[in-house]
Design a protein around this ligand. Structure first.
Ligand code: HEM
Length: 118
C-alpha cells in the first residue's frame, strides 16, 4: 500500500509548528516513509537485515496497524520457502518476458512477471 488517508476531527499541532485544520484530510505516504533517509541508511537499497528494518510502515502504524499482517507474513514465508526448496538455484532464474505494472496508484507493484525457474 503506497499511501493512506486520515481526517483530522479537530485542529492538530504538527511537530514543525504548523497546525492541521480540523476537518482536513491528509495523505500519508507510507512508501515514502519507508525510504526516509533520516530513518534508513541507504534507503533505496533493499536490505532486510538492516538494524532498524522493523521500523518500516508497510503494514501501517498504531491503532489501524494491518489486521492481516501476521497472515500476510505467514503466506509469504510459506510461498518463498516452497519456491526456494523446489528451485534453489536463484542465480539461474531468468525473466521470460516484460513485467506488467499494476495500474492502481494505491497498490503499487507488478501484475505479472514471467520467470523461468531453472
Ligand atoms: C502484504 C500484504 C498486506 C499489506 C502490505 C497490508 C497493508 C496494510 C496497511 C498499510 C494498513 C493500514 C492502513 C491505514 O492505516 O490506513 C492495513 C490495514 C488493514 N489490513 Fe492490511 N495489508 C496486507 C494484508 C492484509 C491481509 C491478508 C488482510 C486480511 C486478511 C488485511 C487486513 C487489513 C485490515 C482489516 C486493515 C484495517 C485495520 C484498521 O483499520 O484497524 N491486510 N493493511
Amino acid at each position: 500500500m503506497q499511501f493512506t488517508f486520515r481526517n483530522a476531527l479537530a485542529p492538530i499541532a504538527l511537530p514543525d509548528g504548523s497546525t492541521l485544520e480540523g476537518g482536513s484530510t491528509i495523505v500519508l505516504m507510507l512508501a515514502g516513509a519507508n525510504r526516509d533517509p533520516r530513518v534508513f541508511v541507504d534507503p533505496d537499497t533493499f536490505d532486510i537485515h538492516r538494524d532498524n528494518a522493523r521500523r518500516h510502515l508497510a503494514f501501517g502504524f498504531g491503532v489501524h496497524h494491518c489486521l492481516g499482517a501476521a497472515l500476510a507474513r505467514m503466506e509469504a514465508e510459506v510461498a518463498w520457502r516452497h519456491l526456494l526448496q523446489r528451485f534453489p538455484d536463484v542465480a539461474a532464474w531468468r525473466t521470460a518476458g516484460p513485467a506488467r505494472q499494476n495500474a492502481g496508484r494505491m497498490i503499487h507493484g507488478l501484475r505479472s512477471l514471467p520467470v523461468v525457474l531453472a
